[in-house]
Design a binder for this molecule. Structure first.
Ligand SMILES: [Zn+2]
Length: 281
């Protein structure tokens, strides 16, 4: 079966373009992503992280995304983000996700390859795009002591690409999840070596803290998808808190969200501009 999203990412890598993926948690931040993507007439990816899927099920997440298709001017792709559970990847595939990420980056290479391959094989008949990860993206529970510890080794990327055959590969090249005290240093030399060694579209995680010029440079070097999460949920939480604080007793969700959604849409719009080299404002 054809894999529409895998084909799109291949084209994007060839053309020096990049799909933006945003971590979403409910209909309100999805609303914000759709609004921002519509303003720029771009497709976007809605990414659900483990806790969202555990709370709501991949079935409900699929239905939630389905509901927005009529509101979106372009394609919305639904993706399972950072999943190290093969069965959960299979469940998301069964429930109609466009894309899943098997994240075996914390496992020994052989286990990462084995898990990725199992998900790739399962996804093939469903036409679902599979993202793998190699190297480490710092933040959350991931701690790297030395650069060698988190940078993806070129030989490991090649082994994963050849033996498991994922459609796209997230590579550890120095970026981190979440806000970091200092600007993450992207190892462009390593990115170049990896891009020279594999044809698969590459994925950059930790999109919140990366300077615009580094995002744009990495896209010219083979990054065809970027993940943006922290800036979305921290804006959502802070704005909700600020608006609600004005009148907690009188707070009513639809009125509250009417104020929060445009604020979240603005940060999504800003990141879409950065990824697509569009001047914001
Ligand atoms: Zn990530």
């Amino acid at each position: 079966m054809t894999k529409p999203l895998a084909e799109l990412l291949k084209d994007y890598r060839a053309q020096g373009r990049c799909l933006s993926g945003f971590n979403v948690n409910d209909i309100y931040d999805i609303h914000a992503v759709v609004e921002a993507a519509n303003r720029l007439d771009l497709p976007a990816m809605l990414m659900t992280y483990g806790p969202v899927v555990e709370l709501n099920s991949s079935y409900l997440c699929r239905k939630m995304a389905d509901g927005f298709e009529k509101l979106a001017n372009n394609k919305l792709y639904l993706h399972l983000d950072h999943c190290s559970d093969v069965d959960l990847c299979k469940q998301a595939i069964d429930d109609g996700y466009d894309s899943v990420m098997f994240d075996g980056s914390q496992m020994p290479l052989a286990d990462n390859i084995r898990g990725t391959k199992e998900v790739v094989n399962y996804a093939a008949s469903a036409g679902v795009q599979v993202e793998a990860e190699i190297g480490k993206i710092m933040g959350r529970d991931v701690v790297a002591k030395t650069e060698d510890d988190y940078l993806a080794a070129v030989a490991d990327v090649v082994a994963l690409a050849e033996e498991a055959g994922p459609d796209s590969i997230a590579v550890g090249i120095g970026t981190a999840h979440g806000f970091t005290p200092t600007t993450p240093k992207i190892h462009f030399d390593r990115l170049q070596e990896i891009a020279d060694a594999v044809v698969a579209p590459l994925v950059l995680h930790g999109g919140t803290g990366i300077p615009d010029e580094d995002i744009q440079r990495s896209i010219t070097m083979g990054i065809a998808k970027i993940n943006i999460g922290t800036i979305v949920h921290t804006t959502y939480m802070r704005e909700t808190y600020d608006v609600m604080s004005k009148d907690v007793a009188g707070a009513y969700p639809p009125f509250l969200m009417k104020e929060v959604i445009p604020k979240v849409a603005d940060v999504v719009y800003d990141r879409l501009c950065a990824v697509n080299s569009i001047k914001n404002g």
